[in-house]
Write a protein that binds this ligand. Sequence first.
Ligand code: NI
Ligand code: MN
Length: 232
Amino acid sequence: MKVTYYGHSCFSIEVSNKTLLFDPYISENPLAGDIDLKKIKADYILISHGHGDHVGDAIELARQTNATVIAAYEITNWIMNHGVTKTHAMNIGGHWIFDFGKVKCVNAIHSSSLPDGTYGGNPMGFLIEAPAGNFYYAGDTALHLDMKLIGDYKKIDFAFLPLGNNYTMGVDNAVIASDFIKCDRIIGMHYDTFDMIKIDHTESKKKFELAGKELTLMKIGETINMRQSVLS
Ligand code: NI
Ligand code: MN
């Protein structure tokens, strides 16, 4: 699966020949100045919660790409009030089979208000299952025990976890989270964008290494290929 990083918590992932874009916060991201919004393609835009650094450019990109927005019911309502017509409302615990694979909405411990103060429902993480592999996108969250359910439920080939601390869990808790979900390949997100979430890259990678895991910190604009892990 091809994974492209657009900064903060925004990734596009090619799943079954469809492009899934997560939490597109680009034009306001001080670190993503080299990303041209107009070149971004998406078949689906998934939004984990209502905060501005996640909803970001979703409305503009949904209009530009004609993508379907997948998010909590309260967020899809808000998006539709802003002129987006293709949405799929979900909520925690539910799954739906799309043409690229299965999306299951899982718990995230955080908050969720939209940029204008509208209630955004509950924050969520997403578990994506597809023939080419399964991955977990945690959204903004604290470490929580429900992550063990995710690890018991499915083999997770790789996972996107927040690392920046202050607003979400930090690196030490992310190492524990990766144990809970039984996943050894972690892609970091929600770090460095603001002063309060800056991390030491070398030290963070070392912490995962000591736990027998691999932490990938992508460069903004970089594309990597994530393969399915071999069953042991
Ligand atoms: Ni947030
Ligand atoms: Mn955030």
